[in-house]
Design a binder for this molecule. Sequence first.
Ligand code: ADP
Length: 502
Amino acid sequence: MDLSEVKHLISEPAAAFLSRPTHRLFIGGQWTDAADGRSFETLNPATEEVIGRVASAGPADVDRAVKAARAAFDQGPWGRMRPVERQRLLLKLADLVEAHAQTLAEIESIDNGKSAAIARAVDMAIVVDFFRYMAGWATKIEGSTSEHSVPYALQAEFVTYTRREAVGVVAAIVPWNFPLVVAAWKLGPALAAGCTVVLKPAEQTPLTALYLAELIAEAGFPAGVVNILTGDGPGTGAPLVRHPGVDKVSFTGSTEVGKLIGHASVDNMTRFTLELGGKSPVIVLDDCDPAAAAAGAANAIFFNHGQVCCAGSRLFVQKKLFDRVVADVAQIASALPLGHGLDPAAQMGPLVSREQMQRVCGYIDIGRAQGAQVVAGGGRQGERGFFVQPTVLADVQRSHRVAQEEIFGPVLVAMPYDDLDQVAAWANDTPYGLGASIWSNDLSKVHRLIPRIKAGTVWVNCHSALDPAMPFGGYKQSGIGRDLGKASLDAYLETKSVFIAV
Ligand code: ADP
């Protein structure tokens, strides 16, 4: 393993973690190799060098992890813990993540390619805050009582109430774009509810989840409450989803894999929530300050290198402002400094993998072939590392593939529109419905537009803002269910109705 190029840029704890010869699975509170001894390499996407060898969990490891989670749920001290004790453990975990935030941000940066400074300021802040927010819910899980009205026994006496109960063993499958953030979005409500978890990070970015496992143990969560299995989708994720011991699957990733997971879950009647892809519109109305709208639109697509499920990847500008806004976005795109995530001057890093870089560059070529005009960027940057230039495409038709399909990279398609009716229809004209932003100070038009947008979140004069209390998820093919907020807690709870004849 060669860490020579980055070692001097990272802190000692991150270097020590990365120097480990292999990163093992975390099952039942123990670190263990895969049963069949298999492992895989994880790369630094900025340099293409190998930064770690990671155990690859197979079906036997999945079985062990699910059994450990089941035992912790059914027999261990976890099931007997009071909500306030779960709250205390989650708060402790939040404190530990906060104390290790720099190390975690550096590891995330090297594994994923994103800026370490942004990982620290944004990703780790979200993780810490979300664990604290969810810790509070542990003590506020409530059923309800009601006056009974059993229609055929009105003379009888009953006491009726509902209980909320933890759903059981949760399989949490997370993607590579916000590895620790999305892991926290699953772990927080699952643990607040009293579930146990088998977490599978993405094969491109397995490292921060493993570091988190150490903090989970240090916080005092009993063995088996959280288990971490590294490995790829078909080898680890698929057997995990199909395991009959799993009670609920919580997945964030592509719509294609989400559908496979939904089908597999129904076979066992496993509960599932899916947070999937998007093709979110950024809608600029004609009263806007064009420079402010352009800055917002650029941030909406280029943040995290466009690898954001709710990235603002379709820009609709009222035609009188179109040329000006597109020119400004193109100028911002052309001026964005690309570089290694550990370089403080870099504002955009590489994409996560060669596969992803090729996919995104392939889409830019498809756009060109279908008649789009490249007004900024247009392809790979450099020969080493998976860098793609921030790209803006104009002369795009709504039917073009680049206007319909999720690219998941720094590629914006821009289209002019005439009026509100038209843009409302066009904004909804993809299979997705995750997010949308409207840029305007015309309250009347904004309020008329919001209900017409089929998306789980609508931002006004901002894009991709997140709050632990605000549910996040999709309409249409962008998913089923919600992460964040009380809505996410509900997805980890069953409701039991109790009738007592008295
Ligand atoms: P992307 O296309 O962005 O890599 P994916 O949806 O393929 O996103 O991956 C998201 C997560 O789902 C990753 O952890 C990946 O390993 C996992 N995954 C991929 N395929 C499957 C599958 N068939 N069953 C379960 N998990 C899967």
